[in-house]
Design a protein around this ligand. Structure first.
Ligand code: FES
Length: 115
């Protein structure tokens, strides 16, 4: 199912933001004016990534970072390049911008695919 999460102008360059949607935790990142959506679930232990609300990025805002053990992920692909889950990836969600809103597609069987 497709959901409007927020307005396009609310996501500033180099920032991230978390959302709860249908009982799932997801987050958005804007980099080089593109928006990426991922499930908020570290492939290492399956827990949320952020250390504070809406803080999903490293100090330079160049990579997504898991607060628990410091795994680093490429913003554009979700691939882990450092840390205990190197080589694994975050789960990307289809994301697009329409009429000034950011839309994310959640899989219909989101409960089973989250495991
Ligand atoms: S839980 Fe994310 S790096 Fe360990």
């Amino acid at each position: 199912m497709r959901h409007a999460l927020c307005q396009d102008h609310e996501m500033l360059e180099g920032t991230s933001r978390g959302f709860e949607l249908e009982g799932q935790s997801i987050f958005l990142v804007r980099r080089q004016n593109k928006v990426y959506a991922y499930r908020n679930r570290c492939p290492h232990l399956g827990i949320n990534l952020e250390w504070q609300p809406d803080q999903f990025l490293d100090a330079d805002a160049c990579l997504i970072q898991c607060a628990m053990h410091g795994a680093l992920f490429i913003i554009e692909s979700g691939q882990c390049i450092s840390g205990p889950c190197t080589g694994q990836s975050l789960t990307a969600l289809p994301c697009d911008i329409e009429n000034g809103d950011i839309w994310v597609q959640l899989p219909d069987d989101s409960e089973s695919s989250a495991r």
